[in-house]
Design a protein around this ligand. Structure first.
Ligand code: C2E
Ligand code: CA
Ligand code: CA
Ligand code: CA
Length: 278
């Protein structure tokens, strides 16, 4: 239970006692954080590998906790999934991602917004209905939205996932397979997923310029994507060597600190204002 009566969360505080009370505290903390508007979205540019221009932005959530400061998603998304709170956070994320994207488009910028969905979210049958309502009320065309899902998430319940993902596809929403190559999945399912894009996980990109096996893996993913008519995004590009190499291999889009870190919305708009590419 809370000891100080304030908004202290104490997620992993051993004094808090058993796991169930930690979970309960966390659930309350999320409700409070939503009510107090403590979540923020940062946006990371996704750029065209040919000319370096920004073609999209991935929404990445952060928790601005008054006491702990900026909490990264790795520290609360897994717990939010385990406690059933990811639905509320995910709804908040989608709402704000759509509103921001609609604003960029109104201001004349031509790009899409990419939003991460966890398995728990797309296990819900009425997800397509709710996302459709959000896009309608934001006045945002579904073609401007790409949802990112991991193979592992899809594999938790393949038939059900395919049903929901196909319903989203039917709305005109784009889909990318996130962290490709790290999950367990069969290539047969890749063929059945309505995904236009494959995101090559940053673990393969990190040493692509020095490790010949990583290079071979990236080449193989690009060849596979091409053969299946899908686009590729390389994640985690941190230097010019990686950029040049991935460009030469024929990766379509890139993302990474070297191209642009995740930034608050006003900083992203500043980048869009001078979106000349490289
Ligand atoms: P992800 O979807 O794979 O997102 C990419 C992560 O890599 C982000 O971490 C991003 O900041 C980081 N990154 C980008 N470029 C580089 C680079 O050049 N080098 C390195 N080392 N890292 C880079 P972040 O923002 O901490 O997010 C971590 C994960 O949390 C995400 O991985 C995603 O799985 C999850 N996540 C973030 N926002 C959401 C959300 O709104 N909903 C859900 N369900 N999950 C989210
Ligand atoms: Ca992602
Ligand atoms: Ca990823
Ligand atoms: Ca990841």
């Amino acid at each position: 239970a809370k000891r100080d009566g304030k908004s202290h969360i104490g997620l992993y505080d051993p004094v808090e006692g058993d796991l169930s009370s930690v979970r309960l505290n966390f659930q309350h903390a999320v409700e409070r954080a939503l009510a107090a508007n403590e979540f923020v979205l940062h946006f990371q540019p996704i750029v065209d590998m040919q000319d370096g221009r920004i073609v999209g932005a991935e929404a990445l959530v952060r928790w601005l906790d008054p006491e702990r400061g900026m909490v990264p998603p790795a520290e609360f998304i897994p717990l939010a999934e385990a406690t059933g709170r990811i639905g509320a956070i995910g709804q908040w994320v989608f709402h704000h991602a759509c509103r921001n994207a609609a604003r960029w488009l109104r201001q004349g910028h031509d790009l899409h917004v990419a939003v991460n969905l966890s398995a728990v979210q797309f296990a819900s049958a009425n997800l397509a209905v709710r996302l459709r309502e959000e896009m309608l009320s934001a006045n945002l065309a579904p073609s401007r939205v790409v949802i990112e899902v991991t193979e592992t998430a899809v594999m938790q319940d393949v038939e059900r996932s395919l049903g929901v993902l196909n319903a989203l596809h039917a709305l005109g929403i784009g889909m990318a397979i996130d962290d490709f190559g790290t999950g367990y999945s069969s290539l047969a399912y890749l063929r059945r997923l309505p995904a236009q894009t494959i995101k090559i996980d940053q673990s393969f990109v990190r040493d692509v310029d020095t490790d010949s096996e990583d290079l071979a893996i990236v080449r193989a993913i690009v060849a596979l994507a091409r053969a299946l008519g899908r686009k590729t995004v390389a994640e985690g590009i941190e230097n010019a060597q990686q950029w040049k190499l991935l460009q030469a291999i024929g990766v379509d889009y890139g993302q990474g600190y070297w191209l642009g870190r995740p930034v608050p919305e006003d900083e992203l708009r500043a980048l869009l204002g001078s979106n000349q590419g490289r």
